[in-house]
Design a protein around this ligand. Sequence first.
Ligand code: SF4
Length: 226
Amino acid sequence: MREAAALAVPYEDIIKKLAYGYGTAYYGPIPPSLPGFNAELSKPLPYDLQKAKALIAESGLPTPIKPEVMIQEGDPTQAQLATVVQNTWKQIGIDLSGKVAPAAEFQELSQGHKVQSLMRLDGPGVFETGHCWGYDLICGISFNLSDICLKDTAPLITEMRASSDPARRGQRIALEGDVPSPIDPPSGCVFRTRCRHALAACATAVPPLVEVGPGHAKACIREDIP
Ligand code: SF4
């Protein structure tokens, strides 16, 4: 029965359509990014509805089998995953239903092992930005269970992690004023309603974009501001 259910999950489709192509299919409890992963022992099961149906018939269980899976409220990916599995399992005689639980109930039931089956997306258990940036998107570390590795973004991620430092956050300039309407932008420099350096002249003409250094350009009438 377990093998039949696993054979009827379209893992490659899920990676392509729900994970935007980022992911590696495997079978077993150890993900590819962790030490101890054995590619030979963890080959993904093929998607095989015929074999799945045959195994269900062989099990002798009366169909439809009616399991329930718990989904955390407000998590669209869990709901999409459940829908994909629901559709394919239906074809082998498993009628999956979903129970949507608020986050607190979901956590209590899942952490307390009080529910038999649930959708779970592994990933950072904290929502502090700096921690997350050092967790799921760094190439080549064991915690990168998202399986996303964009080498060119590594320096940018490092910079973003630094900018989550409270001391550096305090140096940020909080913009004031209204965000201009894109269908009725202000005259002259479109940034002038929020710019703390604006002069009356900023309303008269759109400043041209001028190169001021290698790879650095600015569109501002003020020569005294770098
Ligand atoms: S031209 Fe420069 S100073 Fe004037 S509003 Fe725009 S950014 Fe500010």
